[in-house]
Design a protein around this ligand. Sequence first.
Ligand SMILES: [Zn+2]
Length: 278
Amino acid sequence: MVAWHAWLQARTASRKRRGRGMSLDAERLDRFARHIVLPEIGGAGQVALAGKHLVLVGLGGIGSPALQYLAAAGIGRLTLVDDDKVELSNLQRQTLFNTRDVGHGKAVIAKRWVTGFDPALDVTISDRRITRDNAHELVIDADLILDGTDNFATRLAVSDACVAERVPLLSAAVGRFQGQVGAFAGHLPGEACYRCFVGDAFDAEDCDTCAEDGMLGAMAGWAASFAALQAVRILLDGASTLGESDWGRVHLLDGLKPALRSFTIAKDPACSGCGSAA
Ligand SMILES: [Zn+2]
Protein backbone atom coordinates (compact mmCIF):
# COMPACT_ATOMS: atom_id res chain seq x y z
CA MET A 1 0.00 0.00 0.00
CA VAL A 2 2.86 2.36 0.90
CA ALA A 3 4.66 1.59 -2.35
CA TRP A 4 1.42 2.11 -4.28
CA HIS A 5 0.97 5.54 -2.69
CA ALA A 6 4.58 6.49 -3.33
CA TRP A 7 4.27 5.50 -6.97
CA LEU A 8 1.02 7.43 -7.41
CA GLN A 9 2.45 10.46 -5.64
CA ALA A 10 5.55 10.49 -7.83
CA ARG A 11 3.48 10.05 -10.94
CA THR A 12 1.02 12.76 -9.90
CA ALA A 13 3.84 15.14 -9.01
CA SER A 14 5.49 14.71 -12.39
CA ARG A 15 2.23 15.33 -14.26
CA LYS A 16 1.24 18.14 -11.89
CA ARG A 17 4.10 20.28 -13.12
CA ARG A 18 2.04 20.71 -16.26
CA GLY A 19 -1.07 21.37 -14.14
CA ARG A 20 -2.11 24.32 -12.09
CA GLY A 21 -0.19 24.00 -8.86
CA MET A 22 -2.80 21.98 -6.98
CA SER A 23 -2.05 18.64 -5.39
CA LEU A 24 -3.81 15.55 -4.12
CA ASP A 25 -3.06 14.30 -0.62
CA ALA A 26 -2.66 10.61 0.21
CA GLU A 27 -6.39 10.16 0.92
CA ARG A 28 -7.38 11.71 -2.43
CA LEU A 29 -4.73 9.66 -4.26
CA ASP A 30 -6.25 6.53 -2.78
CA ARG A 31 -9.85 7.56 -3.54
CA PHE A 32 -9.06 8.33 -7.21
CA ALA A 33 -6.41 5.65 -7.76
CA ARG A 34 -8.39 3.94 -10.56
CA HIS A 35 -8.63 7.26 -12.43
CA ILE A 36 -5.02 8.20 -11.87
CA VAL A 37 -3.63 4.96 -13.29
CA LEU A 38 -5.51 5.61 -16.53
CA PRO A 39 -3.04 7.30 -18.92
CA GLU A 40 -6.01 9.22 -20.37
CA ILE A 41 -6.69 10.92 -17.01
CA GLY A 42 -3.64 10.63 -14.76
CA GLY A 43 -2.84 12.81 -11.78
CA ALA A 44 -3.00 15.98 -13.86
CA GLY A 45 -6.50 15.12 -15.03
CA GLN A 46 -7.67 14.33 -11.51
CA VAL A 47 -6.22 17.62 -10.23
CA ALA A 48 -8.00 19.43 -13.08
CA LEU A 49 -11.33 17.84 -12.13
CA ALA A 50 -10.85 18.95 -8.52
CA GLY A 51 -10.59 22.54 -9.75
CA LYS A 52 -13.78 22.51 -11.87
CA HIS A 53 -17.25 23.85 -11.16
CA LEU A 54 -20.19 21.98 -12.66
CA VAL A 55 -23.77 23.18 -12.39
CA LEU A 56 -26.28 20.33 -12.53
CA VAL A 57 -29.75 21.52 -13.49
CA GLY A 58 -32.43 18.97 -12.65
CA LEU A 59 -31.97 16.13 -10.13
CA GLY A 60 -34.39 13.70 -11.77
CA GLY A 61 -33.88 10.66 -14.00
CA ILE A 62 -30.74 12.19 -15.56
CA GLY A 63 -29.45 14.37 -12.75
CA SER A 64 -29.78 11.86 -9.95
CA PRO A 65 -27.61 9.03 -11.36
CA ALA A 66 -25.33 11.55 -13.12
CA LEU A 67 -24.61 13.29 -9.83
CA GLN A 68 -23.41 10.05 -8.29
CA TYR A 69 -20.79 9.58 -11.02
CA LEU A 70 -19.86 13.29 -11.15
CA ALA A 71 -19.29 13.44 -7.40
CA ALA A 72 -17.40 10.14 -7.57
CA ALA A 73 -15.23 11.65 -10.32
CA GLY A 74 -14.00 14.28 -7.87
CA ILE A 75 -15.36 17.38 -9.60
CA GLY A 76 -14.46 19.84 -6.87
CA ARG A 77 -17.39 22.21 -6.94
CA LEU A 78 -21.00 21.26 -7.65
CA THR A 79 -24.07 23.47 -7.82
CA LEU A 80 -27.32 21.47 -7.71
CA VAL A 81 -30.51 23.05 -9.01
CA ASP A 82 -34.02 21.60 -8.62
CA ASP A 83 -37.25 23.04 -7.22
CA ASP A 84 -39.08 19.68 -7.00
CA LYS A 85 -39.84 17.42 -4.08
CA VAL A 86 -39.20 13.66 -4.17
CA GLU A 87 -42.27 11.62 -5.17
CA LEU A 88 -42.76 7.88 -4.75
CA SER A 89 -42.95 7.42 -8.54
CA ASN A 90 -39.45 8.96 -8.87
CA LEU A 91 -37.77 6.09 -7.06
CA GLN A 92 -38.00 3.72 -10.05
CA ARG A 93 -35.16 5.68 -11.75
CA GLN A 94 -33.90 8.53 -9.53
CA THR A 95 -31.24 6.53 -7.73
CA LEU A 96 -30.20 9.26 -5.32
CA PHE A 97 -33.41 9.07 -3.30
CA ASN A 98 -34.97 6.50 -1.02
CA THR A 99 -38.42 5.91 0.44
CA ARG A 100 -37.69 8.11 3.48
CA ASP A 101 -37.01 11.10 1.18
CA VAL A 102 -40.53 11.22 -0.33
CA GLY A 103 -41.98 14.68 0.23
CA HIS A 104 -38.62 16.33 0.85
CA GLY A 105 -36.82 18.75 -1.48
CA LYS A 106 -34.56 17.06 -4.03
CA ALA A 107 -31.82 19.69 -3.82
CA VAL A 108 -31.51 19.38 -0.03
CA ILE A 109 -31.46 15.56 -0.18
CA ALA A 110 -28.91 15.64 -3.01
CA LYS A 111 -26.61 17.94 -1.06
CA ARG A 112 -26.87 15.66 1.96
CA TRP A 113 -25.95 12.69 -0.24
CA VAL A 114 -22.87 14.41 -1.70
CA THR A 115 -21.69 15.63 1.69
CA GLY A 116 -21.95 12.11 3.09
CA PHE A 117 -20.32 10.59 0.03
CA ASP A 118 -17.32 12.96 -0.17
CA PRO A 119 -17.08 15.80 2.38
CA ALA A 120 -14.20 17.34 0.41
CA LEU A 121 -16.53 18.46 -2.38
CA ASP A 122 -17.95 21.98 -2.28
CA VAL A 123 -21.73 21.79 -2.82
CA THR A 124 -24.19 24.64 -3.29
CA ILE A 125 -27.91 24.19 -3.94
CA SER A 126 -30.73 26.20 -5.41
CA ASP A 127 -34.36 25.12 -5.01
CA ARG A 128 -35.80 27.96 -7.08
CA ARG A 129 -37.48 27.19 -10.39
CA ILE A 130 -35.28 28.28 -13.29
CA THR A 131 -36.69 31.14 -15.31
CA ARG A 132 -35.29 33.37 -18.02
CA ASP A 133 -34.65 35.95 -15.26
CA ASN A 134 -32.58 33.86 -12.86
CA ALA A 135 -30.83 31.43 -15.29
CA HIS A 136 -27.92 33.82 -15.85
CA GLU A 137 -26.83 34.01 -12.22
CA LEU A 138 -26.90 30.20 -11.96
CA VAL A 139 -24.62 29.57 -14.96
CA ILE A 140 -22.27 32.55 -14.86
CA ASP A 141 -19.56 31.04 -12.66
CA ALA A 142 -19.51 27.49 -14.09
CA ASP A 143 -17.06 25.56 -16.24
CA LEU A 144 -19.92 23.42 -17.54
CA ILE A 145 -23.70 23.15 -17.19
CA LEU A 146 -25.31 19.73 -17.33
CA ASP A 147 -29.01 20.17 -18.00
CA GLY A 148 -31.18 17.13 -17.37
CA THR A 149 -34.50 18.93 -16.90
CA ASP A 150 -37.65 17.58 -18.53
CA ASN A 151 -39.21 20.64 -20.15
CA PHE A 152 -38.22 22.73 -23.12
CA ALA A 153 -38.97 26.12 -21.57
CA THR A 154 -36.34 25.53 -18.86
CA ARG A 155 -33.89 23.94 -21.30
CA LEU A 156 -34.08 26.88 -23.68
CA ALA A 157 -33.78 29.42 -20.83
CA VAL A 158 -30.66 27.60 -19.64
CA SER A 159 -29.27 27.37 -23.18
CA ASP A 160 -29.78 31.07 -23.90
CA ALA A 161 -28.16 31.99 -20.56
CA CYS A 162 -25.20 29.72 -21.37
CA VAL A 163 -24.66 31.43 -24.74
CA ALA A 164 -24.94 34.90 -23.18
CA GLU A 165 -22.55 34.07 -20.33
CA ARG A 166 -20.19 32.06 -22.61
CA VAL A 167 -20.54 28.83 -20.62
CA PRO A 168 -20.67 25.43 -22.39
CA LEU A 169 -23.78 23.29 -22.06
CA LEU A 170 -24.14 19.53 -21.96
CA SER A 171 -27.77 18.69 -22.57
CA ALA A 172 -29.22 15.28 -21.71
CA ALA A 173 -32.75 13.95 -22.05
CA VAL A 174 -34.48 10.60 -21.79
CA GLY A 175 -37.96 9.22 -22.43
CA ARG A 176 -39.38 5.73 -22.94
CA PHE A 177 -36.37 3.83 -24.40
CA GLN A 178 -34.62 6.81 -26.01
CA GLY A 179 -31.85 8.99 -24.65
CA GLN A 180 -30.11 12.01 -26.09
CA VAL A 181 -26.86 13.66 -24.99
CA GLY A 182 -25.36 16.68 -26.80
CA ALA A 183 -22.56 19.18 -26.09
CA PHE A 184 -23.04 22.80 -27.12
CA ALA A 185 -20.90 25.94 -27.12
CA GLY A 186 -23.05 28.40 -29.05
CA HIS A 187 -20.97 31.31 -27.76
CA LEU A 188 -18.08 30.16 -29.95
CA PRO A 189 -17.89 31.14 -33.62
CA GLY A 190 -19.27 28.41 -35.86
CA GLU A 191 -20.56 26.26 -32.97
CA ALA A 192 -24.25 25.41 -32.51
CA CYS A 193 -26.27 26.02 -29.36
CA TYR A 194 -29.09 23.81 -28.03
CA ARG A 195 -31.63 26.14 -29.66
CA CYS A 196 -29.95 25.56 -33.07
CA PHE A 197 -30.79 21.87 -32.46
CA VAL A 198 -34.42 22.07 -31.29
CA GLY A 199 -35.58 25.42 -32.69
CA ASP A 200 -37.95 27.97 -31.17
CA ALA A 201 -41.13 25.88 -31.28
CA PHE A 202 -40.80 24.67 -27.70
CA ASP A 203 -40.60 27.95 -25.79
CA ALA A 204 -44.09 27.54 -24.30
CA GLU A 205 -44.33 26.23 -20.72
CA ASP A 206 -46.71 23.39 -21.64
CA CYS A 207 -44.39 21.24 -23.72
CA ASP A 208 -43.52 18.71 -21.01
CA THR A 209 -43.90 15.18 -22.30
CA CYS A 210 -41.81 12.78 -20.21
CA ALA A 211 -44.25 12.32 -17.32
CA GLU A 212 -46.98 10.83 -19.51
CA ASP A 213 -44.76 8.73 -21.78
CA GLY A 214 -43.10 6.49 -19.24
CA MET A 215 -39.47 5.48 -19.06
CA LEU A 216 -37.42 2.38 -18.34
CA GLY A 217 -35.42 3.18 -15.21
CA ALA A 218 -32.18 1.68 -16.49
CA MET A 219 -32.58 3.73 -19.69
CA ALA A 220 -32.37 6.91 -17.59
CA GLY A 221 -29.29 5.45 -15.95
CA TRP A 222 -27.60 4.80 -19.31
CA ALA A 223 -28.28 8.33 -20.55
CA ALA A 224 -27.17 9.77 -17.19
CA SER A 225 -23.92 7.85 -16.97
CA PHE A 226 -23.20 8.63 -20.65
CA ALA A 227 -23.79 12.32 -19.83
CA ALA A 228 -21.43 12.05 -16.83
CA LEU A 229 -18.79 10.48 -19.10
CA GLN A 230 -19.17 13.33 -21.60
CA ALA A 231 -19.02 15.91 -18.77
CA VAL A 232 -15.71 14.49 -17.57
CA ARG A 233 -14.44 14.48 -21.17
CA ILE A 234 -15.34 18.18 -21.59
CA LEU A 235 -13.92 19.21 -18.21
CA LEU A 236 -10.63 17.48 -19.08
CA ASP A 237 -10.27 19.27 -22.42
CA GLY A 238 -6.75 20.70 -22.37
CA ALA A 239 -5.83 18.86 -19.15
CA SER A 240 -5.50 15.22 -20.26
CA THR A 241 -5.71 13.13 -23.39
CA LEU A 242 -9.30 12.10 -22.58
CA GLY A 243 -10.32 15.75 -22.88
CA GLU A 244 -12.48 16.30 -25.96
CA SER A 245 -15.36 18.74 -26.10
CA ASP A 246 -16.67 17.80 -29.55
CA TRP A 247 -19.10 20.74 -29.63
CA GLY A 248 -22.31 20.26 -31.57
CA ARG A 249 -22.10 16.47 -31.38
CA VAL A 250 -25.37 14.79 -30.37
CA HIS A 251 -25.60 11.11 -29.40
CA LEU A 252 -28.90 9.24 -29.58
CA LEU A 253 -29.18 6.22 -27.30
CA ASP A 254 -31.68 3.58 -28.34
CA GLY A 255 -32.48 1.18 -25.53
CA LEU A 256 -34.81 -1.00 -27.58
CA LYS A 257 -32.34 -2.19 -30.23
CA PRO A 258 -30.01 -1.31 -28.37
CA ALA A 259 -27.82 1.03 -30.41
CA LEU A 260 -26.03 4.39 -30.40
CA ARG A 261 -26.22 6.90 -33.24
CA SER A 262 -24.26 10.18 -33.39
CA PHE A 263 -24.40 13.27 -35.57
CA THR A 264 -23.22 16.88 -35.53
CA ILE A 265 -25.50 19.94 -35.39
CA ALA A 266 -24.50 22.90 -37.56
CA LYS A 267 -24.81 26.44 -36.23
CA ASP A 268 -28.00 28.12 -37.46
CA PRO A 269 -27.03 31.65 -38.54
CA ALA A 270 -30.66 32.72 -37.91
CA CYS A 271 -30.80 31.14 -34.41
CA SER A 272 -32.43 33.47 -31.89
CA GLY A 273 -30.12 32.05 -29.18
CA CYS A 274 -26.66 32.26 -30.77
CA GLY A 275 -27.03 33.52 -34.34
CA SER A 276 -26.79 37.05 -35.70
CA ALA A 277 -30.43 37.55 -34.66
CA ALA A 278 -29.58 36.94 -30.98
ZN1 LIG B 1 -28.08 28.62 -31.71
